[in-house]
Design a protein around this ligand. Structure first.
Ligand SMILES: C[S@@+](CC[C@H](N)C(=O)[O-])C[C@H]1O[C@@H](n2cnc3c(N)ncnc32)[C@H](O)[C@@H]1O
Length: 274
């Protein structure tokens, strides 16, 4: 009988008779390993195989079972180590071999993570799967920069969108994105930042609207550039920001100066409490 607390026992996976192949689609969070969920950490510690891509930090992979097979499947913009179809087939093959597979994805698997595409294939093939949510980049970056995504004085809604469509085009609903009193968070938008800024202004969002761009948020390499729709593209180019970057458009970004607290590391709990 396990003497671990009940909430951990409920995560036991190796009970007799349950050792069939399963794919666990797990969100790894935005970078800081301490932002993993308890369930993600437990699953990493038991998986036979961890299939991961480029937004998953080394500190997180170190939590995998020492003898677990680690398979890097890449995925940087336009540079996929394995094409998506082959990743889907790999997951299905491993599960059919009876392996416990953790498919680890940056952030949350269901937010711009192609998690749905991978699960569709598993569902069609009758393979067991589970999904573990992760902290998406927008939440992680927002908290680690002191930029609340909503605020009663500035933004009553918040919209997540991508600056990189499947066919490479940037055909977004600019009219909706340009509405005032909302925060727009743009994933994968760094390359298109000049176009995004000018389209928003064209559609009526003030050129003076504050914007923040955050590079490698929640990690010790986090950098923040602030400006307005008129100036941000130039600032980011001057400072040579590189992917991964999140763009936050809206008045809430002004709060960064006042509310920022993260200086590259988070105090350990024991130190913070002492
Ligand atoms: C393919 S999407 C994956 C998003 C992920 N599923 C999530 O929920 O955060 C990759 C994009 O997420 C954003 N991103 C992910 N991690 C980030 C981080 N630590 N800092 C800034 N942006 C990040 C960037 O826009 C990056 O290009």
């Amino acid at each position: 009988m396990s003497n671990r607390p009940p909430f951990l026992q409920s995560l036991d996976l190796d009970q007799p008779g349950t050792r069939t192949g399963t794919v666990y689609l797990v969100g790894a969070g935005p970078g800081d390993p301490e932002l993993l969920t308890l369930r993600a950490a437990r699953l990493l510690g038991m998986a036979d195989v961890v299939v991961y891509d480029n937004l998953v930090g080394k500190g997180i992979l170190d939590m995998a079972r020492p003898d677990a097979e680690r398979v890097y499947v890449g995925k940087q913009k336009d540079n996929h180590t394995l094409p998506q179809q082959e990743i889907n087939a790999l997951l299905a093959r491993l599960a059919k071999q009876g392996k416990q597979v953790v498919r680890l994805k940056g952030g949350d698997p269901f937010i711009f993570g192609r998690g749905g595409e991978e699960l569709e294939v598993l569902a069609e093939e009758g393979i067991r799967y589970e999904v573990v949510p992760g902290i998406t980049a927008a939440s992680g970056v927002s908290c680690y920069t002191g930029i609340p995504l909503t605020h009663r004085d500035y933004a009553q809604s918040c919209l997540f969108t991508t600056g990189h469509l499947k066919d490479g085009s940037l055909n977004l609903d600019w009219e909706i994105l340009a509405h005032p009193r909302q925060t727009v968070v743009i994933y994968m938008g760094l390359g298109a930042l000049p176009e995004i800024s000018s389209k928003l202004v064209e559609q009526g969002r003030a050129a003076s609207t504050p914007v923040a761009v955050v590079e490698q948020g929640t990690t010790r390499r986090q950098r923040v550039a602030t400006g307005t729709l008129a100036t941000i593209a130039e600032r980011v180019a001057e400072q040579k920001f590189k992917s991964p970057c999140l763009i936050i458009v809206g008045e809430v970004t002004q709060l960064h100066d006042k509310l920022q607290w993260f200086a590259g590391s988070v105090p350990q709990l024991a130190t913070a409490v002492a």
